[in-house]
Design a protein. Sequence first.
Length: 245
Amino acid sequence: MGQRFLALASLLLLGAAAIAMTPSARGALRIIVVACCLLAGWGLTRSGPGAAIAVMVGALCGIAVTGLAWQAVMPLAVLAFAGVAFLSPRLGSIRPADGRVPFWGTLLCAAVTPVALSLWLQLGRSDISDLVALIPKAPLPLLVLGGVTFALVNAFFEELIWRGLFQSRLVQLFGAPWAIGIQAVSFGVAHAHGFPRGLTGVLLAGVWAVMLGILRQRACGLAAPVLAHVVADATIACLVISAAR
């Protein structure tokens, strides 16, 4: 029961932190981060699947509150988790096997994203001006290189964290069907201010995370969901760069 509580409470706080990532909610965000770190510390006294999730959430929230870009927060959090796991081996490894790449499943998860993201942006008339403002005035080849880098880094680390560490630990605690659903809700809420965003964005990201979770289970590893995720993030890069130009 203790490990299940640690896992669910930590993921709930991670979702709350994602929603509170606005200038007007900085006070609440600090309180949430403190709670995450306390849970992580408690988890270290009783290492297990839930403790591993708590430590990763604590690292993510603790680093994110500094204001660093999300693509920098994730690698740093992974390094922090790896360091803690070295000292407390019962937390386990962060990275599962690469697994296989089921052709049709991977193609489906990849192919739905350009359509879904483009429709969300166009039909919903979504405001992404904050993301557009992050695009520097630079030659197109440099912007393309930046987009490729974003797609590779973001896809790899989001899969490593949600379908890698979170889902694998949740499977141990709740079984595969519940694990897929829980990580999908967490992933969807994490996109409250991302791309896609808002309530519709949370729903779209959550449904896609279910697909990725199923793919990860059937593929017995992360290679397939990472490939599908790269397509989604490449689409996001193209849409944001196009809007900026």
